[in-house]
Ligand binder design. Structure first.
Ligand SMILES: [Zn+2]
Length: 316
C-alpha cells in the first residue's frame, strides 16, 4: 500500500461518520434496539408469531388498524391478529390501505385510530390557513391534502366516511386515543365485540405503560419503516417503550404518504435515525435506495422467524 493511500484512507472514514455527538447518541440507540430485540427473542412465542404470519398470508387477519405513525400510540397487546397501516394522520387514501384490506378476513374489522395533539392534523390546519398552496414537496402536498378536518376527531370521522364510500360493506370503527385520560373514544362506526377486545388491549397498555407527562412532546429516537405483514410491531420487536419509535408502514416501495411521514419526523421531530425492518433483504435495499440523499443514519434490520433481527449495516 502506498503512503498516499494510507494517509488518505482515515480521512475518508472520518468524513463519512456523523459528528461525534450524534455518533455517540446513535451507538446508544442501536445498543438499546439490539438489547431490546434479545429480550423480545427470549420472550416471543414462536407458535403465536407463526400463526399470525399464516393468518395474514391467507388473508384471514382479524383486523386492519389504520393508525397515525406517532410514537405515542399504544401497542396492541392482544391475541388477535391485526395488520397495521401506520402513516401520519391515519389517512385512508394511502395506497398500502388497499393491500392491507386484502389481508383481512371476510367479517374482519377495520379501525381508524387517531390521537390527541396529532402533528399531521396541525400541519394540515396551518396549510389550510395559508391557502392550501404547494409546500414545494409533492409528497407532502399529497399528505396534507389527504388529512381531512380541523381536529383529530373530525379527521377520523372523515377518513371513516371515505373508506365506507369506497367499501360500503366493511365493518369500520373510528376512534381517537387521548393519553391524558387513557380514553379511546369512538367517533364513527359501530362498536362490536371484536372492537371491545382490541380497545381493552390498548387500554391495558395505557394503564401499564403510559406516563402522560412524558408524552407532552414526541421524542422518538428512531423512525421504523416496516412491511404490512410483520407479525409484531417494531415496539415489540425491539422491546421499545411508548414514544421511542415513529412507525411507517409500507407495501413494497415507500409511497408518497409514507415518504411525507418520514420527512415530517426527520424535520419536525428531529429524528435522525431510521431503522428499516423487514424479512427480505431485497426490500431493505429498495427502501435504502429510496431514502438516498436524506440526512439520516440508516440501519437495516433483517427480521428472522425466531423474532431476532440481523443488523446488516449500522452506520452510513
Ligand atoms: Zn398523529
Amino acid at each position: 500500500m502506498s503512503a498516499s493511500v494510507t494517509s488518505q484512507k482515515p480521512r475518508e472514514v472520518v468524513r463519512a461518520r456523523p459528528p461525534f455527538s450524534k455518533y455517540k447518541e446513535l451507538v446508544t440507540t442501536i445498543g438499546r434496539l439490539v438489547l431490546g430485540n434479545i429480550q423480545h427473542k427470549n420472550l416471543v412465542n414462536r407458535k403465536e408469531a407463526e400463526a399470525r404470519r399464516n393468518k395474514i398470508a391467507r388473508g384471514e387477519a382479524d383486523a386492519v388498524v389504520i393508525a397515525c405513525s406517532d410514537a405515542r400510540l399504544p401497542v396492541l397487546d392482544s391475541d388477535k391478529t391485526a395488520v397495521f397501516v401506520r402513516v401520519a394522520g391515519n389517512v385512508v387514501s394511502y395506497k398500502a390501505v388497499e393491500k392491507a384490506l386484502s389481508m383481512l378476513k371476510k367479517d374482519g374489522l377495520v379501525v381508524v385510530l387517531g390521537h390527541c395533539a396529532c402533528g399531521a392534523v396541525k400541519e394540515h390546519n396551518s396549510w389550510v390557513a395559508k391557502g392550501k398552496g404547494s409546500t414545494g414537496v409533492a409528497c407532502m402536498d399529497k399528505l396534507l391534502n389527504a388529512v381531512k378536518g380541523a381536529s383529530p376527531e373530525e379527521n377520523v370521522k372523515e377518513q371513516v366516511a371515505l373508506l365506507k364510500e369506497k367499501h360500503p360493506s366493511l365493518a369500520v370503527v373510528g376512534a381517537v386515543y387521548d393519553w391524558n385520560s387513557g380514553k379511546i373514544k369512538e367517533v364513527a362506526g359501530t362498536p362490536s365485540a371484536l372492537w371491545e377486545d382490541l380497545k381493552a388491549a390498548w387500554v391495558r397498555y395505557h394503564l401499564t405503560h403510559t406516563n402522560p407527562e412524558e408524552l407532552k412532546s414526541q421524542t422518538p429516537h428512531s423512525i421504523a419503516i416496516v412491511p404490512l405483514d410483520l407479525p409484531f410491531s417494531p415496539h415489540r420487536i425491539f422491546s421499545a417503550g411508548q414514544n421511542q419509535i415513529f412507525t411507517v408502514s409500507c407495501e413494497g416501495k415507500i409511497g408518497d404518504c409514507a415518504m411525507a411521514s418520514i420527512l415530517y419526523a426527520v424535520e419536525h421531530l428531529n429524528t435522525k435515525h431510521i431503522i428499516l425492518l423487514a424479512g427480505e433483504s431485497a426490500l431493505l435495499d429498495q427502501w435504502e435506495e429510496q431514502l438516498r440523499g436524506l440526512e439520516v443514519v440508516i440501519t437495516k434490520a433483517l427480521y428472522k422467524e425466531d423474532g431476532g433481527v440481523e443488523l446488516i449495516r449500522c452506520v452510513e
